[in-house]
Design a protein around this ligand. Structure first.
Ligand code: F6P
Length: 751
């Protein structure tokens, strides 16, 4: 096909040139050469007439007109002069040579000689007819008729024509070759220009569009960007996100393409209890809380570490299981890790290295070479799993969290056309803090394999972009928040994560009923003010600072002793790590100390429930409480705060929230505190405990509106809409690329 197009591009101009030559150039050339020769012959006739004039005049004067005949006979010995005749003043023929045609009288000869090309066709060939007046007294009015052989003109014309045809053919070939080359160059230039524009490259990048496209390029690029920005701003205003809207977005903008989620933590664990019974457990994880409803809405495949003790007993031959149990809405693919892999990748590099590094929570990160090697190895294993689960070559892959910083680039190697959305659930520190990581460049390069890289807040995006700026040779476009590295563009955007807002009748017990149950269970007096904290048992959550604030509250406002109870639910987590064990022990001993200091018979101010609570139990606790305390020292978002708000459909209850949690940027009607400031937090607890119902309602109603609108479907919807827009741009670019590789066809060229 390609050769045929090339041949056509060559042959068409060649044939055109030859046709033009045949129809126009050759006849024109013939006429021209004939005229040139006719003019030549006229001059020659005049010369001959001049030469003979005197001799004829003399012969006439002497009355020896017979000499004229011999004069003529001598003259026609010239090979080109065929015949000659003398015409009198009245047009009568006085003399003629032998070869002069009898039929050609003097009048006819004069008529012919007046034509542009005076030509007469004889049996012997064509002759030129020239009539020249003679000068002299005795030949006044007489004229000479000269017939010149024109066969040499025909011969020369043929020669000229041959040369001309040769020249035209050569010209045709040259024109055809030039056409091929120019078309090639200008098409490639045009295409690369357009591709550059479509990729959103600036005019100052190495791959410049050709000069003639530059004004057009910048105009198109600016318009495209404006439209994209406008579109994204418009999408930000869209309200009413729910599973149906998300599903329809997947169908319209992602054409129902396959969605694959990758996370370390799985959404459902099968655990075998001591009595041999197997239970299905939902882990305490903000990530799972957020991603699970999205997966239910869009089906697809979730790839995660199979960490439950009975997980292997519940998968098929491909290590897959349909979940949620009972409704089977999507597929969970479990990846098995050895003890060593889990130790190096999860406990080591992820939780002893990246976790404290990103949280800047005064726990020193530990970076071991062996952990790093295992982290790389496990990321490779998950990349293989993604490639194995992908049904086509361009799935939408949602990579979750700091366990998989290298995964985006690894997936990109295996599936270059995949759309990779990476979401970093934890904070991103400033460049100086991140700079202590020995493998910072590798981590950044791995993450920049993503099409879209999401953080909870603009602040984390800014930190990430600055970190890249310090560590890599990358092109950063702040205006559009993009980073181009190795010709690959990544959009760095903030997508505040959220929860699945409970709509309609949830069948929850009333607030009074929940309060009664919880108070009974914990043995609390009816007038107790109940404050709760619900966290993984993690040093970043500010549990210690919270306890200090409770202690200070009881010290500063002694009236609360006996009336104020703080319940901390602390889900066991990462207890294989020394840092966590030490922290958990410390919390236990501080709890004991406060209880010893302020406790009374039947009253303990702090209740530490260091065990896993399922969603229903946590919800019941939230509905029973008067206050929810979230005092993270550094937190990407913190979904506990949003879940508390969602649980309070009575529009009562007060949220005390750390300014260092991403959620503080959205939930400004909470009582915002600096958890490191014990006094401030204790005062906030007092204010919360004494807040009038009307103020509680006003604050809670506003918080509920915010969380309801900014729910998890909006989080996923904004990200997937950006992915859809990106995929559309890629498809256009791929189409242009295809044309570049396969040469433009007639239709494309004319389009
Ligand atoms: O906060 C980061 C995060 O990965 C969350 O997304 C998740 O809620 C939590 O950590 C779970 O930690 P782990 O899986 O180690 O128990």
């Amino acid at each position: 096909m390609k050769t045929l197009r090339l041949q056509l591009r060559f042959l068409v101009p060649l044939l055109l040139t030859l046709t033009v030559a045949a129809l126009v150039a050759l006849p024109l050339m013939d006429r021209l050469t004939l005229r040139w020769f006719a003019r030549d012959l006229n001059t020659r006739d005049a010369l001959v007439a001049n030469t003979l004039s005197d001799a004829i005049n003399e012969a006439q004067a002497d009355g020896k007109s017979w000499r004229i005949q011999s004069l003529f006979d001598r003259a026609v010995q010239d090979e080109r002069l065929v015949a000659i005749a003398l015409c009198g003043p009245d047009g009568e023929m006085l003399r003629r040579t032998e070869g002069y045609p009898k039929t050609l009288g003097c009048t006819r000869a004069r008529e012919l000689s007046d034509q542009t090309v005076p030509r007469l066709l004889l049996e012997s060939g064509s002759v030129h007819v020239g009539v020249q007046p003679l000068k002299g007294d005795d030949v006044d009015g007489a004229s000479l008729v000269m017939l010149h052989d024109m066969s040499f003109i025909d011969k020369r014309s043929q020669d000229t024509r041959r040369y001309l045809v040769g020249f035209i053919v050569l010209l045709g070939v040259a024109v055809a070759l030039i056409t091929v080359v120019v078309a090639q160059i200008s098409w490639r230039g045009w295409v690369s220009g357009m591709r550059g524009i479509l990729r959103g490259e600036g005019l100052l990048v190495p791959l410049l569009p050709p000069p003639e496209l530059q004004p057009f390029a910048s105009e198109v690029r600016a318009r495209l960007r404006d439209l994209e920005d406008e579109y994204r701003r418009g999408l930000d205003l869209v309200t009413g996100w729910n599973p149906e809207r998300l599903r329809s977005l997947l169908l319209t903008q992602l054409r129902g393409d396959q969605v694959i989620v990758v996370s370390n933590r799985e959404p459902y664990l099968h655990e075998r209890l001591d009595d041999g019974q197997v239970i299905v457990r939902r882990p305490a994880s903000g990530l799972v809380t957020a991603v699970e409803p999205v997966m239910r809405a869009c089906s697809g495949t979730w790839i995660a570490h199979g960490s439950g003790s009975a997980d292997r007993d519940f998968v098929d031959a491909h290590d897959r299981i349909a979940v949620p149990p009972g409704t089977n809405e999507y597929s969970l693919r479990r990846v098995w890790l050895t003890k060593e892999e889990e130790e190096g990748y999860y406990n080591g590099f992820a939780n002893e290295g990246l976790w404290p590094l990103c949280h800047v929570a005064h726990v020193r990160p530990v970076f071991r070479e062996s952990d790093w090697e295992m982290y790389k190895h496990v990321n490779e294993r998950f990349a293989d799993a993604v490639a194995a689960e992908a049904r086509g070559d361009d799935p939408v892959v949602l990579v979750q969290d700091y366990h998989f910083a290298l995964l985006p680039a690894m997936i990109r190697e295996r599936l270059p056309r995949a759309t990779i959305l990476t979401f970093w659930h934890i904070p991103w520190p400033n460049p100086e803090s991140f700079g202590i990581c020995p493998w910072r460049r590798e981590i950044l390069q791995g993450m920049l394999g993503s099409t879209i890289l999401g953080f909870h807040t603009r602040f984390h995006c800014k930190n990430f972009i600055e970190t890249v700026d310090r560590s890599l040779e990358a092109r950063i476009e702040h205006e559009h928040s993009t980073i181009s590295f190795h010709d690959k563009e990544t959009l760095v955007e903030s997508y505040p994560i959220s929860i699945d807002w409970p709509e309609g009748d949830r069948g929850w017990p009333s607030i009074e009923e929940c309060r009664r149950r919880v108070f009974d269970r914990l043995g609390l007096g009816p007038f107790t003010i109940l404050a709760v904290g619900v966290d993984r048992f993690d040093y970043t959550k500010g549990i210690l600072e919270r306890l200090h604030a409770v202690e200070r509250l009881l010290e500063k406002y002694p009236d609360w002793v006996g009336k104020f109870v703080f319940v901390q639910v602390a889900a066991p987590t990462r207890s294989a790590l020394e840092e966590y064990r030490a922290f958990q022990q410390r919390i236990h001993s501080v709890t004991d100390r406060i209880n010893t200091r302020y406790g009374q018979p039947g009253y303990q101010p702090v209740r530490l429930l260091a065990e896993h609570h399922d969603h229903e139990a946590v919800n019941e606790l939230f509905r029973a409480a008067h206050i929810c305390v979230v005092t993270s020292l550094h937190d990407g978002m913190n979904l506990v705060s949003k879940e508390f708000v969602a649980a309070r459909d009575d529009e009562q209850g007060v949220l005390v929230l750390s300014r260092f949690a991403g959620a503080a940027r959205e939930l400004s009607e909470a009582l915002i505190v600096n958890p490191y400031h014990v006094e401030e937090t204790a005062d906030a607890l007092h204010r919360a405990a004494t807040m009038p119902a009307a103020e509680q309602r006003e604050r809670m109603a506003s918080l509920r509106m915010t969380v309801r609108e900014n729910n998890v479907f909006r989080w996923a919807g904004r990200m997937l809409a950006d992915a859809g827009r990106y995929r559309l741009r890629e498809r256009i670019a791929a189409r242009v690329q295809r044309h570049t590789n396969s040469e433009p066809d007639e239709k494309t060229l004319h389009a």
